[in-house]
Design a protein around this ligand. Structure first.
Ligand code: AMX
Length: 436
């Protein structure tokens, strides 16, 4: 067993004991004010009913990964040689182990991922079987499903594995899947947009740097952007659609491939990860409609109002939990200020940031008028030449694997139960409010 895996097991044993004590001594305590009728209808917003070890979201402060904020991670996680952004391998270690990694820990994960990155041919065949017009997220989930043939967890379960060993096979599947995703995603990109001219991996590069290389981008600035992008999109506690779905499906003891593919189908929704593409599509349409250049704030305001009057949402704004500007937006803004301050689209993103919140606020119903992670990313990617915005959610998906798969390891290590909340009918609700 590798020392990181052993360390994970030790951590899991420790926390298991603590959780058992918690359940034994405080299991009947209300952790919330109780669930209201409205919460049952409105996406369970505000209901605390999940355990996710990897990160915790504060409505005003934003995400913390094992207690570390994004600015802290950008300072403290190991970086690539001559790089300034954190390596995502280090974030994965942090989410899995709960401690900041050393340079050696990060190198260890990088080389393990490199060694395990081989993708069997039938996965590429499955992608090729889809029409070129298929959305990249469809190709992505199909490829993950095709990879499921490689699940060690599923094989071990079929062979009668002891439940004590679930975590170990989930760990192996998770690392194998994370290792393979950049190759799969790059294959989809090169197939759909670059005439199928594929690029072989470079074993000397880190996970995100190699991903950038296989996509076809050698610019150091783009590699740095990929490292940052892969870190900030990795996890956002457990209740968001992709994390919750992965956890839910995993609770049926579906393996990492099945669970992650399910989560990715949720990420592909426009209110969740597809917003990554929707923002830039919206900005480009606005620019085109206004005849090019950087629009004035009045022009942006008029376009926002038009969008709202057509019964559409303003993509990249609002959040189910956050109530302030998303620190993931701010991190990207800082990246842009350092690397590409004069980019025209970036300037538009910043102008939109100054214009949208008061308009949404005036609607009186939007709980969070501030930008989320998706409001900025497209302008950065476009600057470096990744103009095919339908692909952006795949990037989000590759990153999200780090968080949801580290969580899945914990789910099995803690022996978390099959998720099965109670549902009622509206008839039941009516009788309930009538006191019957
Ligand atoms: N533009 C227009 N209207 C918005 C809005 C926005 N950006 N954000 C919220 N609203 C509206 C809602 O549609 C809802 O209207 P309704 O009562 O007529 O149905 C009302 O305001 C109240 O919604 P809320 O409680 O503030 O938000 P929510 O928790 O229900 O939904 C979210 C959160 C993210 C789905 C929503 O803000 C939204 O649709 N934003 C735009 C899409 C987006 O950027 N999604 C990405 C989120 C981050 C991510 O997962 N990657």
């Amino acid at each position: 067993m590798s020392y990181i895996k052993e360390k994970f097991k030790a951590k899991a044993d420790e926390l298991n004991t603590e959780v058992k004590d918690l359940l034994k001594n405080h299991g009947t305590k209300k952790i919330d004010e109780g669930v209201t009728l409205a919460q049952a209808y409105q996406g369970m917003r505000g209901v605390t009913g999940l355990v996710t070890e990897t990160s915790l979201l504060d409505a005003n402060e934003g995400i913390r990964f094992r207690g570390y904020s994004i600015p802290e991670l950008r300072e403290q996680l190991p970086k690539a040689v001559n790089g300034a952004e954190p390596l995502p391998e280090g974030l994965f270690y942090l989410m899995l182990i709960g401690e900041l990694p050393t340079e050696a820990d990060v190198q260890n994960i990088s080389s393990v991922l490199g060694r395990r990155s081989h993708v069997p041919n039938h996965v590429f065949d499955a992608i090729e079987a889809l029409p070129i017009s298929a959305h990249p997220m469809t190709m992505f989930t199909v490829a993950v499903m095709a990879l499921q043939t490689e699940s060690l967890f599923a094989k071990a379960y079929a062979d009668g594995m002891n439940k004590k060993d679930y975590w170990s096979y989930m760990y192996e599947d998770s690392l194998n899947l994370i290792a393979r995703l950049p190759r799969v995603a790059a294959y989809i990109y090169r197939r759909k947009y670059k005439n199928g001219e594929h690029i072989q991996p470079d074993g000397m590069l880190d996970w995100a740097g190699n991903f950038a290389h296989m996509l076809g981008y050698e610019d150091e600035g783009f590699k740095e952007l990929m490292r940052l992008y892969m870190v900030i999109h990795a996890d956002h506690e457990g209740g968001n659609v992709s994390a919750h779905t992965t956890h839910l499906v995993g609770s049926a003891l579906s393996d990492a491939y099945l669970s992650f593919a399910a989560g990715m189908n949720g990420l592909a929704g426009p209110l969740h990860g597809l917003a990554n593409q929707e923002v830039i599509k919206w900005i480009l349409s606005m620019r085109e409609e206004l005849g090019g250049g950087v629009p004035t704030k009045d022009q942006i305001a008029a376009y926002v109002k038009k969008t709202l009057s057509e019964g559409k949402v303003v993509p990249g704004y609002g959040h189910a939990v956050l109530r302030k500007t998303d620190p993931r937006f701010t991190a990207q803004m800082e990246f842009a200020k350092n690397h590409i301050p004069d980019d025209e689209l970036v300037k538009i993103v910043w102008s939109v940031y100054e214009t949208v919140p008061p308009i949404l606020q005036d609607l009186g119903k939007v709980k969070n008028p501030w930008p989320n992670v998706d409001a900025h990313s497209g302008a950065l990617l476009l600057h470096y030449g990744l103009v095919e915005y339908e692909f952006y959610t795949v990037l989000f998906g590759v990153s999200r694997a780090l968080g949801v798969l580290a969580s899945l390891c914990w789910d099995r290590a803690l022996g978390l139960s099959l998720e099965r909340p109670k549902s009622v009918t509206s008839e039941w609700m009516k009788l309930f409010v009538e006191g019957k």
